[in-house]
Write a protein that binds this ligand. Structure first.
Ligand code: ADP
Length: 298
């Protein structure tokens, strides 16, 4: 089963074109949707989750018309929204039990089994009787995944799940996402490149409402082989470099500035070629650098 998004567009009443002819094929497994803040990711996620309307275009999951058949979609959807409100005074067990009953899991004993199994899966079973208000950020996100998994969904959407998590919680959350079956379409929307490079075999980069790259993250990085050049510079050199080269990124490493540049040949003999990473692909795509763009679009 595949989620197919065809020429999806959305303009908000304030004139912002949040999505512009977005076309994506999303197979089963973990799919990364990467883009900077404001790129249109949440608009796309909310549209697929039947929470808002698009202006034009289509979304289908297998035979299901996602934009029209909203009730059918809701039955098979698990959604962890960007802003996930919890009732702070309610315990994890009670809220999950309540959400499971809303999802139609009615025999009480069966529901209890489902809820306990989910709490075990996300490693919150031992703290299931604690109030959600006492949970850390990582625990709340794991609870969010538990509620998204109620009723064995076939389509799971997680919107910016690791923003604000500490490294250990992030790893835990990644492991949890990695355990969701290969038969399910899981869309992970994020602005964190490592979330995608560590987890996803397929991905897309979206920028200003448009898809600017899509494919296998490793292959996309390979396509830049031999064209990413690196050099350590002093800060004062940066403006001139930026004026003369396609600078992908600049970052501080032990007090010095390391630049990555995209070019078919070294800008000068002091540059060294480096193995391209997904970060380089990401910056090439969102900066619209021509050599990268031509390759990525092909
Ligand atoms: P992302 O999730 O990638 O950060 P969003 O989908 O939230 O991006 O936003 C895409 C663009 O649409 C942004 O410019 C944002 O300000 C704008 N936007 C989002 N929601 C609304 C809304 N309800 N009304 C008007 N503009 C919106």
């Amino acid at each position: 089963m595949e989620l197919t998004i065809e020429k999806l567009s959305k303009r908000y009443p304030n004139g912002v074109q949040a999505l512009s002819d977005v076309t994506l094929r999303i197979p089963t497994g973990l799919f990364g949707l990467l883009g900077p803040n404001g790129a249109g990711k949440s608009t796309l996620m909310r549209t697929i989750a039947t929470l808002q309307e698009a202006d034009s275009g289509s979304v289908t999951l297998g035979d299901l018309d996602v934009l029209r058949d909203k009730n059918a979609v809701r039955r098979i959807l698990g959604y962890l929204p960007q802003e996930f409100g919890l009732y702070p005074k309610v315990t994890a067990f009670h809220l999950l039990d309540h959400l499971a009953s809303l999802k139609g899991i009615t025999p009480r004993r069966h529901r209890r089994e489902v809820v306990n199994a989910l709490l075990q899966k996300v490693n919150l079973y031992d703290v299931r009787h604690q109030r959600l208000g006492s949970y850390s950020g990582g625990m709340k996100q794991r609870f969010g995944i538990a509620q998204a998994l109620i009723g064995d969904p076939r389509l799971i959407i997680v919107d910016e799940p690791t923003a604000g998590l500490d490294p250990e919680e992030r790893v835990r959350f990644h492991n949890l996402l990695g355990e969701i079956g290969e038969q399910v379409v899981v869309i992970l929307s994020t602005h964190i490149v490592e979330d995608v490079s560590e987890l996803c075999r397929q991905m897309a980069i979206i920028h200003r409402g448009k898809v600017v790259a899509q494919g296998d993250p490793n292959r996309l990085a390979d396509e830049l082989n031999g064209r990413v050049w690196s050099k350590t510079v002093v800060k004062q050199e940066l403006p001139q470099l930026q004026a003369s080269c396609q600078v992908l990124s600049t970052h501080l490493r032990t007090g010095r500035t390391v630049v990555h540049v995209l070019a078919d040949s070294p800008p000068d003999s002091s540059f060294e070629t480096v193995e391209p990473e997904l970060k380089d692909v990401y910056f090439a795509a969102i900066r619209g650098f021509t050599p990268a763009k031509v390759e990525l679009a092909s």
